[in-house]
Design a protein around this ligand. Structure first.
Ligand code: GRG
Length: 298
């Protein structure tokens, strides 16, 4: 795949992910039909699949098997999809539009949306705890641990708790960064680290370099998200634009202003690139993804 253009590579991974998710999600014809249909509604045919792409790009760096990466990537995407379903519920962000269509609790109902999140989360862990051919049990256990840590109180759920408690509060830049490192950054970082744990053993220095890349790019993703919330329209984003300001949420734009926030995204992108220097062309896919994450328009 090394000589493929980035767009060609991205499209082929996105298609592979769609097929994988189709396959690992429960069939909507099987009982309980409503839950299964809603799980598929919330996960299939939507989203950029940034986390799977990161897992694949990191996995390619270590020569991981595509079928194992597909399962790892499906698991992280299902955790992400669950987080969006719960985040959109009236008890949290209370939104009606996600990925260009009605949010899960609007299309179904609140109880179903709650269960969709629960069931996507447990299915994700089932997927990566079923033996992954060619991966040593200790490495597989580490993959499970990485995802559990990134999803829970010390990662995404913890970040969401801080976010909910921060509405209307004047957060400092370090406080905002801490929240986003957990809420959005943890799962992005985990995507890279899980992909990288599915192949050849990395040296401690290589692991550190990939981790530095993953942390910077996770934060850059959020800074760009804040900029887009301010600059892009609802139709382009496929979710309600301008919500952060409307809800008096602290963001990189509200703290730094638009041009400084853009400069911060570029600085984080450059730092992410610098972290990969030691890998040479092997890390080109990750660099191309970093370019995409920072330059994206939705
Ligand atoms: C409910 C435990 C729990 C956590 C929710 C991720 C999250 C935490 C909330 C989402 C709120 C939000 C819009 C955060 C900004 C960054 C972000 C995660 C954007 C959505 O991710 P994308 O752009 O979405 O990768 P797609 O649809 O492309 O997959």
């Amino acid at each position: 795949m090394a000589n493929e253009t980035f767009i060609g590579w991205m499209t082929s991974i996105q298609q592979f992910m769609e097929q994988t998710l189709e396959h690992v999600l429960p069939a909507s014809e099987c009982a309980p039909q409503k839950l299964h249909e809603a799980m598929r509604y919330a996960t299939l045919q939507g989203g950029k699949r940034v986390r799977p792409l990161l897992a694949f790009a990191a996995g390619e760096l270590v020569g991981a098997a595509p079928d194992n990466l597909a399962r790892i990537a499906a698991a992280v995407e299902m955790i992400h999809a669950y987080s969006l379903v719960h985040d959109d519920m009236p008890c949290m962000d209370d939104d009606v539009l996600r990925r260009g269509k009605p949010t899960c609790h609007v299309a179904y109902d609140e109880a179903t949306a709650l269960l969709v999140g629960d069931a996507l989360q447990t299915r994700a862990f089932e997927l990566i705890s079923t033996p992954l051919p060619g991966i040593a049990p200790a490495s597989q256990l580490e993959i499970v641990r990485i995802l559990a840590h990134a999803s829970g109180h010390a990662g995404m759920a913890g970040g969401q708790a801080i976010d909910l408690a921060s509405v209307g509060l004047p957060l400092t830049l370090p406080e905002l960064e801490f929240m986003h490192m957990l809420k959005t950054g943890a799962l992005i970082r985990a995507s890279v680290l899980m992909g990288a744990t599915a192949g050849r053993e990395l040296s401690p220095a290589e692991k550190e370099a990939l981790d530095a890349f993953a942390k910077r790019i996770g934060l850059a993703f959020q800074v760009v998200d804040d900029v887009l919330d301010c600059e892009a329209d609802t139709a382009t984003l496929g979710k309600t634009a301008g919500k952060d300001a409307a809800h008096d949420k602290p963001t990189y734009v509200s703290l730094l202003g638009l041009s400084e926030a853009k400069r911060m995204a570029k600085d984080l992108h450059d730092q992410a690139f610098a972290a990969l220097e030691g890998f040479g062309p092997q890390a080109d896919r990750l660099k191309q993804l970093a370019d995409y994450i920072v330059a994206r328009s939705f």
